[in-house]
Design a protein around this ligand. Structure first.
Ligand SMILES: O=P(O)(O)O[C@H]1O[C@H](CO)[C@@H](O)[C@H]1O
Ligand SMILES: Nc1nc2[nH]cnc2c(=O)[nH]1
Length: 392
């Protein structure tokens, strides 16, 4: 990943959209605002959403040729260090703070509180249920009535969605009488965001008043009994990124969110799973509803056959590239969690399996589109259950 300091020099970070060698969110730098320095835009140069990311030369050339003069740059922590902790720029203090937040791996409580206030004040609502829409499942947010919609890019300090099938909108309104907020677009590790940033919106939900997290995803079916279009209610997960030493809870722990060492044995709410099974029966889709174990890999590549075999041996039923870090973050702050995978493709676990069974995102999205009605109905009816039980 490339950024520029105020002299137009190139500063590099580790390519993950965040700087090398720090994950504790405590890097300090003295930002000095000053007028009239020439910089390139942050959308242009930095962050996973940057339209010119990694294209240092063309940006520099743009500056040399006078194109884009007066644009701003986002300083990386490295560029700040190279300048002795100071940078000359004409950013406002608010912009400087936003840059600092975007460059850090973790978000301070106060920033998350500000985002939550922006949403609750802007919508005039305090949602009780939060929904994260999986790939191609954005329609889960479209059934929300009287919606107030916030585009991610207009929410202060919010990351942007970069994946097809993730619109990048926060939708708040009512569903089956309950006030809900839905993320039409989630953040994935492979987009270049650190895990804490991927699941930061779950903490925003918590501070907005959300008690229940519904996390949905598109996943590959490893269990040979699963068919494309089936729904797997998650009752557990295998955190492969955690095995590799990566967690959304890494860094200093803020006890206002939860404990340093949270237990995860009861992460998936059994009552909600049982209710969902019942709902599946009344919908007449019980043979397409399973209860199983999900695993999240880093992506963005789909798995090799040897990896899929290994996952199966570990007891994994469905595999994807999301959800687990959101669930960890939600459990850390004591939210009740319901999660399901829509099986969008069958994973080959034998070399003799048909060669045309290669996963691809177009198929994932197409299956999600085909099954959106059933997914929406399941979610709506479960929301109704929660709401009516709370009311009675
Ligand atoms: O988990 P969601 O966001 O539903 O998306 C899944 O589908 C995409 C791959 O097709 C990956 O992003 C994977 O995680
Ligand atoms: N990792 C992974 N993610 C998916 N998302 C949808 N299908 C798949 C898959 O087969 N593997």
């Amino acid at each position: 990943m490339t950024g520029y300091n105020s002299n137009g020099e190139v500063a590099t970070s580790n390519g993950n959209g965040h700087s090398n060698g720090h994950s504790n969110g405590h890097k300090t730098a003295d930002y000095t605002a000053q007028e009239n320095a020439t910089m390139c835009s942050r959308d242009c140069c930095s962050g996973p959403g940057g339209s010119n990311k990694g294209a240092a030369t063309s940006c520099t050339e743009k500056k040399k040729s006078g194109i884009g003069n007066g644009e701003k740059i986002i300083p990386t922590p490295q560029s700040l260090l190279q300048n002795g902790g100071k940078i000359e720029c004409f950013l406002t203090p608010e912009e400087v703070r936003a840059i600092r937040v975007l460059n850090e791996d973790t978000y301070p409580y106060e920033v998350i509180q500000e985002i939550a206030d922006f949403i609750t004040k802007g919508s005039g609502m305090r949602p009780k249920i939060g929904i994260i829409c999986g790939s191609g499942l954005g329609s889960l947010a479209e059934i929300i009535q009287d919606p107030k919609i916030f585009e991610y890019e207009k929410i202060p300090n919010f990351p942007v969605s970069t994946v097809e099938g993730h619109a990048g909108k926060l939708v708040i309104g009512t569903l089956e009488g309950a006030t809900v907020m839905a993320m039409q677009g989630r953040f994935h590790f492979y987009e270049g965001y650190p895990l804490a940033k991927c699941s930061m919106p779950v903490r925003v939900m918590k501070l907005c008043g959300v008690e229940y997290l519904f996390a949905t995803n598109a996943a590959g079916g490893i269990n040979p009994r699963y068919a494309v279009g089936d729904i797997m209610l998650m009752h557990d997960h295998v955190n492969m990124l955690g095995f590799a030493g990566n967690s959304p809870l890494q860094g200093p722990n803020d006890p206002r969110f939860g404990p340093r060492f949270p237990a995860l044995v009861n992460s998936y709410n059994k009552e909600l799973i049982n209710k969902a099974i019942e709902i599946g029966k009344t919908m007449g889709i019980e043979s397409n509803v399973h209860v199983g174990v999900y695993s999240c890999l880093g992506g963005p590549n789909y798995e090799t056959i040897a990896e899929l075999k290994a996952l199966r041996m570990m007891g994994v039923d469905a595999v994807g590239m999301s959800t687990v870090h959101e669930v960890i973050t939600a459990r850390h702050c004591d939210m009740k969690v319901f999660a399901f995978s829509l099986i969008t493709n069958k994973c080959a676990t034998e070399y003799s399996d048909k060669k045309d069974e290669e996963a691809n995102h177009e198929e994932v999205m197409a299956v999600a589109k085909n099954r959106q009605k059933a997914c929406c109905e399941l979610v709506a009816r479960l929301v109704r259950e929660i709401h009516s039980n709370a009311a009675s």
